[in-house]
Design a protein around this ligand. Structure first.
Ligand code: CTP
Ligand code: MG
Length: 415
C-alpha cells in the first residue's frame, strides 16, 4: 500500500506580479518547484508524486522536471483547474488503486523538510487526517466596516499550511462531495472537516513559508543561506541547507597575428598593421572571458558552445558570443561577480584602450566597471608572443548563484 503526494502547481501566481510562473522562479539558482520535489524525493515515506500543472504548462513542467533530473518519484504531470481545489481534485482522480495515504503540498512551499512530510504522513495513518501549522505572530481581529467587532484569542489560533495528509478514502470522498455540493474550501482539511473528520494538528517548521509575494523569495533565500540550523534540541547541525554557491573559472586564448585583419581586443577596434586570425573576429580577450565563465559553470569551452565548423558563427562578433555565454550562465542560475584579465602582447600598447575595453566588458556582462580588471604585459621579447607572432589573454572570473529570477512583468493570467 503506497503513499502518493499531490503537488498543486497550476496557479498563476497573480500576487507575485512577475512574468514567469512562480513555481519556475529560481531560488539559489534552482526553480521553486524543483526545491519542493527534492524534499519529496528525499522523503522515504513517499512512494510516488503527481504534479498538477496549469493546462497550458503541462509540457513545460515535464520538460523542467526532466532537465533538472533527480525527481524519479514523479509519476505524471496532470492538468489542473481554475482553482486550487479543482486542481487537487484533478490529482485525486489519478491515484492508483494501491494508494492508501495522500499527502498534498503546495508547490509554492519549497522549504518543506522531508521530516515534516514524513511526520504528517505518519499522523494521517494514525488519525485519518493531519495538517501542519504555526502559532500566530499577530493578534487577529474581526473587522466590519472599518471597525473591530471582536479580538480573537491568539493562543487558540493557528496558521495552517501544507503538507496536509489524509487516508485515501477520507480525502477522496470529501472532495467528491464538496464538488457535488459546490462547497468552496481554502485548504484541504476544510473539505474533510465538513464531513465530521477530526483533523490532527502538528507543528510546522517556521521556514516552510509559501512563496506568495515577491518579498517571500528574499525570505526563502535567507533561510537557504543558513547553512547551520539549530536542531530540535538547540544543537547546531550542519548540512541541511544549501550553501550560497560561488564558482571561479579561468580562461585562456591565443591567436596568430597576420596582415589584412582588424585587431579587435575587448570589443575595441585597435589601429595596428596586423590583426588576429580566426574564425570569428578573433577577440582573444572576450574569448578568454567567455571560457572562464563557461569553465566556472562546468559547461565546457567556447568551441563546444560555438563550434568553428558551424558556418553560422563565421565572422561572428565576440561581443555576441560573450553575451550568449552570460545568458547561458544565467540560465544555469549564475551571475558574473567580477572578471580579471591579463593580455600578453609585445605590440601594440593597449593601455590607451583599456578603459574602452572595460566599458564594453562591463556592459556585456552587466557588471560595474570596477568589477572588470584589465592588465597587460609584454613578454620581454621571449617566445612567439615576444616575437610579435601572436597575442594571448588569460581571464579569471567569479560567479555567484543568482538568488532570484528578476524578470519583472505583468500578471500571467487568472488564478
Ligand atoms: N494552485 C493550483 N491551481 C490553481 C491555483 C493554485 O494548483 N488553480 C496551486 C499553486 O500553484 C500553489 C498552491 O496551489 O502552488 C497555492 O496557491 P497560491 O499560493 O494561491 O498560488 P497561486 O494561485 O499561483 O497564486 P495567486 O493566488 O497569487 O495567483
Ligand atoms: Mg491562489
Amino acid at each position: 500500500m503506497s503513499v502518493c503526494a499531490l503537488i498543486p502547481a497550476a496557479g498563476s501566481g497573480r500576487r507575485m506580479r512577475m512574468k514567469e510562473n512562480k513555481t519556475r522562479l529560481l531560488l539559489r539558482g534552482k526553480p521553486v518547484l524543483i526545491h519542493t520535489l527534492s524534499a519529496f524525493e528525499a522523503c522515504e515515506a513517499v512512494d510516488d508524486v503527481i504534479v498538477i500543472a496549469g493546462s497550458r504548462e503541462v509540457d513545460l513542467t515535464c520538460e523542467l522536471i526532466r532537465t533538472w533530473g533527480g525527481s524519479s518519484k514523479v509519476r505524471e504531470v496532470v492538468s489542473g483547474g481554475a482553482t486550487r481545489q479543482e486542481s487537487v481534485l484533478c490529482g485525486l482522480r489519478r491515484l492508483t488503486p494501491g494508494c492508501e495515504v495522500v499527502v498534498i503540498h503546495d508547490s509554492a512551499r519549497p522549504l518543506v523538510r522531508p521530516s515534516t512530510i514524513r511526520m504528517t504522513i505518519e499522523a494521517a495513518r494514525k488519525y485519518g487526517a493531519a495538517i501542519v501549522s504555526v502559532p500566530m505572530r499577530d493578534t487577529i481581529k474581526v473587522v466590519k466596516d472599518g471597525y473591530v467587532t471582536k479580538t480573537l484569542d491568539r493562543d487558540a489560533l493557528r496558521a495552517v499550511r501544507t503538507p496536509q495528509a489524509f487516508q485515501r478514502e477520507i480525502i477522496e470522498d470529501a472532495y467528491v462531495s464538496a464538488a457535488r455540493d459546490g462547497f468552496i474550501a481554502t485548504d484541504d482539511s476544510m473539505v474533510v472537516e465538513r464531513k465530521g473528520v477530526k483533523v490532527k494538528v502538528l507543528e510546522d517548521e517556521l521556514e516552510n513559508i509559501k512563496i506568495t509575494y515577491r518579498e517571500d523569495l528574499v525570505i526563502a533565500d535567507s533561510y537557504l543561506a543558513i547553512d547551520k540550523l539549530m536542531d530540535g534540541n538547540g544543537i547546531m547541525c550542519s548540512g541541511s541547507r544549501e550553501h550560497l554557491e560561488r564558482r571561479v573559472g579561468i580562461g585562456f586564448d591565443v591567436h596568430r597575428l597576420v596582415p589584412g585583419r582588424r585587431l579587435i581586443l575587448g570589443g575595441v577596434d585597435i589601429p595596428f598593421d596586423l590583426g588576429l586570425e580566426g574564425h570569428s573576429d578573433a577577440d582573444v580577450v572576450l574569448h578568454a572571458i567567455a571560457d572562464a565563465i563557461l569553465g566556472a559553470c562546468a559547461l565546457g569551452d567556447i568551441g563546444v558552445v560555438f563550434p568553428c565548423d558551424d558556418p553560422s558563427y563565421e565572422g561572428i562578433s565576440s561581443k555576441l558570443i560573450l553575451s550568449r555565454v552570460r545568458e547561458l550562465a544565467e540560465s544555469h542560475g549564475y551571475v558574473v561577480g567580477n572578471v580579471d584579465i591579463t593580455v600578453l602582447a609585445e605590440k601594440p600598447k593597449i593601455s590607451g584602450f583599456a578603459e574602452e575595453m572595460r566599458r564594453n566588458i562591463s556592459s556585456i556582462l552587466r557588471i560595474a566597471e570596477n568589477h572588470v580588471g584589465i592588465k597587460a604585459t609584454t613578454m620581454e621579447g621571449l617566445g612567439f608572443i615576444g616575437a610579435g607572432e601572436g597575442i594571448a589573454c588569460f581571464a579569471s572570473c567569479n560567479l555567484v548563484s543568482r538568488p532570484l529570477a528578476c524578470d519583472v512583468g505583468g500578471s500571467s493570467g487568472d488564478s
